[in-house]
Design a protein around this ligand. Structure first.
Ligand code: TMP
Length: 238
C-alpha cells in the first residue's frame, strides 16, 4: 500500500490517502493534547503505544462481531482503515461518574451509575464541542433519528464488550468516547480510535488511573501507564 498525500491532520493523528481510494493510512503521532488542544506536549513513544493499543482493541471487537473501519496495523505507528464519511459526533458512554459528568451534575467521582449513560457532543472546535441531545443531532442534520438509534445501540454494545475485555485484565472501564462513520451504502461503522486517550481506565485493585487523566491532571508520566495497558492486553486480554 503506497502512502500518498496528507488528507487530514488531527491533534494526535495524520490521515493519508493511499493508492486505494477506499483506504486511508493513519499515522499516530507523538503528541498529547487536552482541553481541546489548549494543553499540548510532545510525548515520545505515545504514537506507537496508541496505535498498538487501538489495533488490539479493534481486532478483538471485530472478532466479537463489531463492524469497524479498522483494516490492519502496518507498522508500529501506522494502520490502514476504510475510508468513511465521519459523523461529527463524540459519543460518550459512562459506567461510573467521572470527569465532566461529575462536574456538571456534582456527583462524586467513582460513583457507580445504575445503567450506562450515553451522551453526544457535537464535534465543532469553533464551539468547543458542545454537549447536545438526540433532537439537536437531527436538527443539525448530523445524523438521522434512525442513525441516532443505531449509533446508541452500537455504543452500548461496544461498552459491554470493552467492559468484559478490560475486566479480564483487571481494569474497570469508567467511561469512553467513540466516533462513527458512514459507508457509501449507509452502514454505520465504528471509527477513530479506542485507547487510553479516549477511555477512563482504573486499576481494579488500586483505582490508579491508567489513561490520559495522568496527563490531563499532571499525575505522572503517561508512557509507563500506556505500556502497562498494552502489556496487559497482549498478555491476557480476552
Ligand atoms: P469527559 O468526562 O471529559 O466528558 O470525558 C468522557 C470520556 O470521553 C473520557 O473517557 C475521555 C473521553 N474524551 C475523549 O476521548 N475526547 C474528548 O475530546 C473528550 C472531551 C473526552
Amino acid at each position: 500500500m503506497e502512502k500518498r498525500s496528507l488528507a487530514y491532520e488531527g491533534k494526535a493523528k495524520k490521515l493519508y490517502e493511499t493508492d486505494d481510494e477506499s483506504v486511508f493510512l493513519v499515522e499516530y503521532l507523538d503528541q498529547a493534547t487536552a482541553l481541546n488542544g489548549a494543553k499540548k506536549d510532545a510525548v515520545k513513544g505515545k504514537g506507537q503505544m496508541n496505535n498498538q493499543i487501538t489495533s488490539q482493541i479493534f481486532e478483538k471487537l471485530t472478532v466479537k462481531g463489531i463492524q469497524s473501519h479498522f483494516i490492519e496495523k502496518i507498522s508500529k505507528n501506522e494502520q490502514l482503515v476504510k475510508r468513511v464519511e465521519m459523523i461529527p459526533l463524540e459519543i460518550v458512554v459512562r459506567n461510573v461518574a467521572a470527569g465532566s459528568f461529575s462536574k456538571r451534575l456534582d456527583i462524586t467521582e467513582g460513583t457507580d451509575l445504575p445503567f450506562p449513560i450515553t451522551e453526544f457532543y457535537y464535534k465543532e472546535d469553533r464551539l468547543d464541542d458542545p454537549f447536545i441531545n438526540d433532537d439537536h443531532v437531527a436538527f443539525l442534520q448530523v445524523a438521522t433519528k434512525e442513525e441516532v438509534q443505531k449509533i446508541k445501540e452500537l455504543a452500548l454494545q461496544v461498552n459491554h464488550l470493552l467492559q468484559e475485555l478490560f475486566l479480564s485484565i483487571d481494569i474497570r472501564l469508567i467511561d469512553f468516547k467513540i466516533e462513527v462513520g458512514r459507508t457509501e451504502d449507509g452502514t454505520i461503522l465504528l471509527a477513530d480510535e479506542i485507547s487510553p486517550d479516549t477511555c477512563r481506565l482504573w486499576d481494579v485493585n488500586t483505582n490508579d488511573h491508567l489513561d490520559k487523566d495522568v496527563y490531563r491532571r499532571d499525575l505522572g508520566d503517561l508512557i509507563p501507564v500506556y505500556e502497562e495497558v498494552l502489556q496487559r492486553l497482549e498478555e491476557k486480554g480476552a
